[in-house]
Design a protein. Structure first.
Length: 101
């Protein structure tokens, strides 16, 4: 009984650790993109949505942030290029059509 309980606890801790790691990374990239947009000149009240997600792409593109601005029908997808320490517009979507940069 103790072995089963130990295995269950270990699995819960490992699963929670993995989930926590991804949640932290998503939050970190969301805040970094938010700061980038503000520094670029986008006003705080113009930012409608910042939605980080796992894109299942290679390297730094795995974590993207979807950005929607007021009075703009496009959805922009940014990621942080860790090697150059800069933000890159990966693509944007307009009316369901995606345009890769």
């Amino acid at each position: 009984m103790k072995k089963i309980l130990s295995v269950v606890i270990a699995m819960v801790l490992i699963g929670g650790g993995v989930w926590g790691c991804f949640s932290y990374k998503k939050h970190e990239v969301k805040e970094a993109v938010h700061e980038y947009l503000i520094k670029k000149g986008t006003q705080e009240n113009q930012i409608k949505v910042l939605d980080p997600f796992i894109a299942n792409l290679e390297g730094d593109k795995n974590l993207l942030v979807a950005v929607r601005l007021k009075n703009d029908k496009k959805t922009y997808y940014y990621y942080k290029d860790q090697s150059k320490n800069k933000f890159v517009l990966e693509s944007y979507a307009l009316n369901g059509q995606e345009y890769v940069q």
